[in-house]
Write a protein that binds this ligand. Structure first.
Ligand code: KG4
Ligand code: ZN
Length: 312
């Protein structure tokens, strides 16, 4: 039973083949980051146009790497929501047409369920129920996930997503898009930083306030004619961003007494976040599931896996 996955919801064009045991036979990803870097962020129309150009070569490469031909595919899955409308449409229409032509079922996949499925692909021993923290460029959501992969949203951000805040702060500091990895690298240069941002509400997902505090700090420093200490600012921002997540997740782990925690989405690649959550889980006797680094960002293997898991 082979599932072909397609992902085009943002700036990655990806096609993957996954078998019924969740083995990834191929997972080809073409990133458009370099194109969008010129604009400081993803330009929706350009993303859609590039998906149209990339999708056939990426499909060919995915089949070639898996050593398969199209007639061996048993079902086709594609991200159909949420995402940039023009970009999502490319994968959805392509996937539906392909399924029609092959006379196999088409499975519509929610991108967020895709990220959750990266946890199953990366942890063959994954057990449910779990709490699942999804941290990406567009979302910051804590879910409860039961044994049937039914999800219940426990809390979400009231404004920006955490990844979005990483990207915006990076932009102001002159670090290139996407900012998450750049902030992380800069913060790593300054492990014993002096706290300069300490005025944040502790018990909520709210990243717009944190972003504004960083911007205000930067403006004040500039007004005083000081040179910005970028590693110091990055370390402070990252500390506050991750601390909010830790505080809220700790509260829910204690409240629900669920002993498994999964973290997924692009920001789950963050080294400091991974370390801090491991410490929290060790303290509370909770098993932590993380995606493999290559499955944190957008990819089609997670979309194929979500189609098989039938997450609701
Ligand atoms: O899941 P994803 O690839 O796309 C969405 O569905 O949004 O997440 C992209 C986000 C971007 O905001 C990017 O800056 C962030 O993930 N990100 C990181 C790191 N790597 C990627 N944020 C913090 N630290 C990282 N190492
Ligand atoms: Zn994503």
């Amino acid at each position: 039973m082979l599932t072909l996955g397609i992902e085009t919801s943002c700036d990655e064009t990806s096609v993957a083949v996954v078998d019924e045991k969740f083995n990834i036979l191929s997972n080809v990803i073409i990133s458009q980051i370099e194109i969008h870097q010129n604009y400081g962020g993803v330009v929706p129309e350009i993303a859609a146009r590039n998906h149209i150009e990339n999708i056939l070569p990426v499909l060919d490469e995915a089949l070639r790497k898996a050593n398969l031909s199209l007639d061996m595919i048993d079902q086709v899955a594609a991200t159909t929501e949420p995402g940039l409308p023009g970009a999502v449409m490319v994968g959805r229409v392509f996937g539906k047409s392909l399924a029609n032509a092959l006379d196999v079922p088409f499975v519509a996949v929610n991108h967020l369920h895709g990220h959750m499925s990266s946890l199953r692909l990366s942890n063959s021993d994954l057990q449910l129920p779990m709490l699942c923290l999804l941290v990406s460029g567009g979302h910051t959501i804590l879910y409860a996930v039961n044994e049937k992969w039914e999800t219940q949203m426990l809390c979400t951000t009231v404004d920006d997503a955490v990844g979005e805040a990483f990207d915006k702060v990076a932009r102001v500091l002159g670090l290139s898009y996407p900012g998450g990895p750049k902030i992380s690298q800069n913060a790593d240069m300054n492990l014993s930083f002096t706290p300069i941002l300490n005025q944040f509400p502790k018990n909520t997902f709210s990243y717009s306030g944190l972003k504004t505090a960083v911007l205000n700090y930067i403006n004040h420093e500039k007004q005083k004619g000081k040179t910005l200490n970028i590693p110091e600012i990055c370390a402070n921002f990252q500390f506050c961003a991750v601390n909010q997540l830790l505080t809220k997740v700790r509260e829910y782990l204690q409240k629900t007494q669920i002993k498994k925690l999964g973290i997924c989405g692009g920001v789950s690649a963050n080294r400091y976040l991974r370390e801090q959550f491991q410490l929290l889980c060790d303290e509370l006797g909770v098993q932590l599931y993380l995606p493999k680094p290559e499955l944190c960002g957008d990819n089609a293997a997670m979309i194929a896996a979500a189609a098989m898991l039938g997450i609701k």
